[in-house]
Design a protein around this ligand. Structure first.
Ligand SMILES: Nc1ncnc2c1ncn2[C@@H]1O[C@H](COP(=O)(O)O)[C@@H](OP(=O)(O)O)[C@H]1O
Ligand SMILES: [Mg+2]
Ligand SMILES: [Mg+2]
Ligand SMILES: [Mg+2]
Length: 385
């Protein structure tokens, strides 16, 4: 049997992984000899954690100001825009400082609107935010100009694909949640050869303890989680303030009656009627936990719930930055992420995920039952239309 894609990891249970190895054929001949190629993403992972943590701090600052302001300016979308752009510029800057070689970034935002007449003040606000973050970190002795910031944002224009390495960034995932003062995430992943090889999810408002249906969002709960995963190395969570990381695992629940599920807060993002039909078929008793952003993947990776269902309305095309980091965080914690046809998500085709109907996430034990319930429910829903 060919060993060309056999990978294994060196890590202890407590410590995040530092490297993994790939066995590759030593030549194109059919000889059984192999060479060991060290494949490490530890430097990239450290850079990604640093970038996402700094961006999380920037977003927290903006969200705090937004929530303290009066109702009128709450409805004003500009603070959100500032945080989205600021986060993207900062992550792009940090990654280019830390890993300058062959830099490629596929990210949600671009500077088109910021280059229009009348946007100068906004660009200056973003630039100040980014520079304040860089100064407070202290590791980079630079001050960015407004043009540097616009360029950093636009370096996220790569198309990704199946060749080489590409960073994938959602600078604020769950913008609607961010606006409401609820959940959002800074989601950063690395693709190598079209596969997600590492992912980091910074979730500034996610409690450090479970948000299962039983114990939802206690107001005095400590918040701010950083999830991170490297291929073959498991998933870890640490407080965003930097204290030590713990390994996390998806729930071991096998009985769907004991399972609870996550879905989007926004009904426009996922058909709640379809998920409730699926839950009913499975015999799920707990009500859905509705939260914004890829914080759902993070929460699922540590067993807060057992299932995540996402069924966009017809015509919506999912983007890779909405799932890349979340997907590896869950799979490395022992979970399974597929589309509604049971296929793994394919991140190698550029910005979009071309998938069948929706995304389903759960543990390995529940997946066959969930998959059947999904197929039946989709058929029933289609027949009733
Ligand atoms: N009609 C739609 N259907 C599905 N997803 C949508 C959507 N409109 C926007 N989204 C995506 O849903 C993401 C938020 O997901 P969730 O509902 O899990 O919080 C948004 O990310 P952004 O907030 O980064 O724009 C956006 O990409
Ligand atoms: Mg998003
Ligand atoms: Mg976003
Ligand atoms: Mg958006």
């Amino acid at each position: 049997m060919s060993l060309n894609c056999l990978r294994f990891v060196s890590h202890s249970l407590k410590k995040p992984p530092s490297f993994h190895l790939s066995y590759l054929p030593s030549s194109s001949s059919s000889s059984s000899s192999t060479v060991i190629v060290a494949m490490s993403y530890s430097k990239e992972l450290a850079a990604a954690k640093k970038a996402a943590s700094l961006a999380a701090r920037l977003c927290q600052k903006v969200q705090k100001a937004l929530l303290q302001s009066d109702v009128q300016s709450k409805n004003d979308k500009s603070p959100v825009t500032v945080a989205d752009y600021g986060s993207q510029a900062l992550v792009s800057f940090v990654l280019q400082q830390e890993i300058p070689a062959d830099f490629s970034l596929v990210a949600e935002e671009d500077s088109k609107d910021l280059r229009k007449d009348g946007a100068q003040e906004t660009v200056e606000r973003i630039t100040k935010l980014v520079n304040d973050s860089i100064t407070s970190d202290g590791s980079y002795n630079v001050t960015l100009s407004t043009e540097d910031v616009l360029k950093a944002i636009d370096s996220g224009r790569s198309e990704g694909g199946s060749q080489g390495r590409h960073w994938v960034l959602d600078p604020i995932d769950g913008t609607k949640g961010f606006l409401r003062g609820d959940q959002y995430a800074i989601a950063l992943a690395l693709l190598d050869g079209g596969k997600v090889v590492l992912g980091v999810l910074a979730c500034p408002n996610l409690p450090l303890t479970s948000i299962s249906a039983a114990g939802q969002l206690s107001p005095d709960n400590e918040v701010g989680c950083l999830f991170f995963a490297e291929v073959g190395g498991g998933t870890y969570m640490q407080p965003l303030d930097g204290s030590s990381a713990v390994k996390v695992q998806v729930t071991a629940v096998e009985n769907p009656e004991e399972a609870s599920f996550f879905e989007s807060y926004e009904a426009a993002h996922s058909m709640h009627d379809l998920s409730s039909l699926i839950a009913q078929k499975l015999g799920v008793k707990a009500p859905p936990v509705r939260i914004d952003s890829q914080a759902k993947y993070g929460a699922l990776s540590r067993g807060d719930g057992a299932i995540y269902l996402r069924f966009p309305h017809k015509g919506y095309r999912e983007k890779i930055w909405d799932h890349a980091a979340g997907c590896i965080v869950v799979t490395e914690a022992g979970g399974v992420v597929t589309d509604a046809a049971g296929k793994p998500l394919d991140f190698s085709r550029g910005k979009y995920l071309d998938l069948d109907t929706g995304i389903i996430v759960t543990n390995q034990k529940l997946m066959p039952l969930l998959f059947n319930a999904v197929r039946e429910s989709i058929k029933e829903k289609a027949a009733s239309l």
